[in-house]
Write a new protein. Sequence first.
Lengths: 385, 607
Amino acid sequence: MKSLIIILAVGVSAPAMAQHQGHDMSMPGMTMPAPKAKPEPKPTLKPKPASVAPKPALAKPQAKAAPKAKPAKIQPGPPNTVPTEAPMVMDHGSMDHSQMDEQPAMADMDHSTMDHGQMDHEAMDMPGNDMADMTAPMADETPPPEAGRGPARAADAIWGAGAMSGSRKQLAAENGGMKTLWVMADRAEYRVRDGKNGYLWDGQGYYGGDIDKFWFKSEGEGNFGEKIESAEVQALWSHAIAPFFDLQAGVRQDFAPRDRTYAVIGIQGLAPYLFEIDGAAFLSDRGDLTARFEAEYDQRITQRLILQPRAELNLAAQDVPELGIGAGIDAAELGIRLRYEFAREFAPYIGIEQEWKVGQSARYARAGGEDPSVTNYVIGIRFWF
Amino acid sequence: MLSLPRRRFLSSALLAGGAVGFSSSMPAWARGAMAGSVRKGIDEVSGSSIDLAIGRGQFSTGGRSGHAIAVNGTVPGPLVRLREGQDVRLNVTNNLDEDSSIHWHGILLPFQFDGVPGVSFPGIKPGETFTAPFKVRQSGTYWWHSHSGLQEQMGHYGPIIVDPAGSDPVAFDREYIILLSEFTPMHPHVIMKKLKHADGYFDYQKTTATDDRKLSGKERRMWGKMRMSPTDILDVSAATYTYLINGHGPADNLELLFNPGERVRLRIINGSAMTFFNLRIPGLPMTVVQADGQNVMPVETDELQIGVAETYDVVVQPTADKAFTFVAESMDRSGMGVATLVPRAGMRAEVPALRDPPILTMADMGMAGMDHGASGGAPASGMDHSQMDHSKMSADEMAKMDMPGMDMSGGDGMAGVDMSGMKMRDTSMLPSDVKVGPGLDMVSMNAADRMGDPGIGLDKVDHRVLNYKQLAALIPSTDHRKASRNMEIHLTGSMERYMWSFDGQKFSAVSDEPIRFAYNERVRVKLVNDTMMAHPIHLHGHFFELVNGQKNQPLKHTVIVQPGGSASFDLTADEPGDWAFHCHLLYHMHAGMFQIVTVASQSGADA
């Protein structure tokens, strides 16, 4: 029986590789400028033409058995590769498509999506795929009637439907129906501004499944020893509308500077280039319309040291004098925080943030004896569980 | 042929550091109490009636310690050794305080004994014993594991060997089981939550501003634009995993004895929850003789990547009187499992350092073949593209090439990575039975057959690496019918949300809409991977034939579908009943990448 093991010694054939050139892309969804000449990539093995011109349409492609070679020590290659008749499908892998545009017999195939002038080799280089794949995507054929229909209930006949029902429900709930709870304090910080000591919190969390969640947010700030400047809580229904975005709607309740209730609609998610964004519009119970847009970006310096720029823009459709809000751009914030993730869930940080009140808001601030432009030096903790 | 003792692999347990405490005739696990520490496997059970008892205990290796689920008091549980043709009764007692189960992975048997709660049976309640009686009608290397919740991650798994009724076509003098797995002190439900809440939670090999990865700034921005990570190779890494061989971590010094010149058969089982391994024995070529329990034409190789739930039997013949290191490097290269083949106890060979972690390529994004640089001019005739694999080029190499097919406004040589004109999620390319939603973040633009791919990170090593195209069945299939039906199943997901599904629908959404086959129907199933992860897809109760270009298509129970690529198999659906069909990455399955396959009975009714 040792002989069997030795078979492998002769079963290794050097893969036939050849230089190639002349591939044009005619994939849907891609622009196709005129091809231009370029030096082809260097072949890693000596060229060994091994393929055969295709036979007329849908005939079995002839594919020569790759010649057996001496044991190849280094080259992996497919040994024992005998790409003979693959039932039902054409083995494009062993066909030379370079001559395909001169094969009228291929007319049976749907070439509507192909550009014969510049035959697309790559799209066709799919051994084992059949031509149906080259045309519009098709749904699967329906199973034959003998396959039966309806839910899978074979086990009911053996163990009883009653005995099975609990485990069936649990299986479905466990494999995709999971709900989780997540709570995060993105910013929980102590800050120094204008010589005063203050604080800020900005947290959120959710409970729910992959698509629908109950989402809550809270933020507020103030100086120690003074009346709290602002405090709000949001309770939202969050619904996944795209792979990276949720639509959120609900209510916001402010407790400072004044009690006020808002209707909220917003979008939260991950924008291209990995910007975490959160934008929402708020309509107060007094009819005032405001909006807030926040963006954050995590720049990893090392695996655990992360620099996070952050920007926030507040807008208003009208003046709201009692809240110090002016129409147009109300306020802007630009900050940068450097955190160290001792664990993903626990990261102390230091940072600096600049706040500006703009336009009418700035005038309100000045009238109230405040500086419309404030710099915060912050130290805090980002954590979640 | 079998002149020398075949069961000496048990010596591995004796040689390794784990204590062996077999004093009582009635061990603690048999009494249901198992508060103490769990021994490291592997014991053996055999005969016509085999008892397995599931319990809890504390497991420790290399400074990590935590709760485990052990069967018959060990992790891994005992080897279930059967003989082809025998009748066996497998009696499974659940001593946990929650439901449990055992699935006999790769074993052909009536579906009601397959051990999947909610599909084949109701599960085993605490304190109950479930018996699976059946006739063994195959031989080879297999394994068993829990199919309840996430228990498998906690140690609820073990090997199965079925000796052939006749002579074994594989010649060997000695054999060892190599059961690969992971240990984590973290509870698996916590791992699941971390994966849901923080994309890349366990990845400490991410790109950073100070890394030395071979990625240009343009490529980094491209990945950022896609909101994907080029280092998302495995979802869970050595940050929490210690990689085990037969329950032994690298610190446990597992030794496998041999006499120089002996042919040593290694029965390698990937019983891990989430880890693909790159397997090699520096200085010793391996001859692959079996895949997923089915004999294949012998193929010699230097390295192979084993997907979760796959098995490979290899024969090695060390002639030198020296030690060799068996390395099981995790595919993301964050850690490794290690054992040593030794002629005498105590000998050691060098343990190679972890190689640089790989980064995903254009092919992994579903753009196989789009990274071609060549002019549209005279195509050389006689080219054989099937033998060439340009898909494994990194985006970096690609960046150096000119790409006439793509939007090339700049022409500065870097234009190849310009993503404009390429769509990462062109849903018009999907068949209508794939549901488009937030759980689908990518559509492979060109899901090339990647059967010839050695696996992530192994395309550029300077030695031989196994790929699926090299596998040919030793015994030809008896079913020569052409498939009467084609079926395409898309593997879909959202990395950011950690949603995983088939055809865009999690199991929780389609639990009453199984995939149906008529009895004995021959179907060609094409799996299209619309994600950037490799998925090991497992069908219970059957072996399917990989459509890999071989005349004698190899039989497997689990097939890896490479990122952005496709893999096809021919299935003869001749085992009536309901069977699980799922991604064998435990947390992908748990997130929804699971379905039921229903094979009608001969009469046409549900089994």
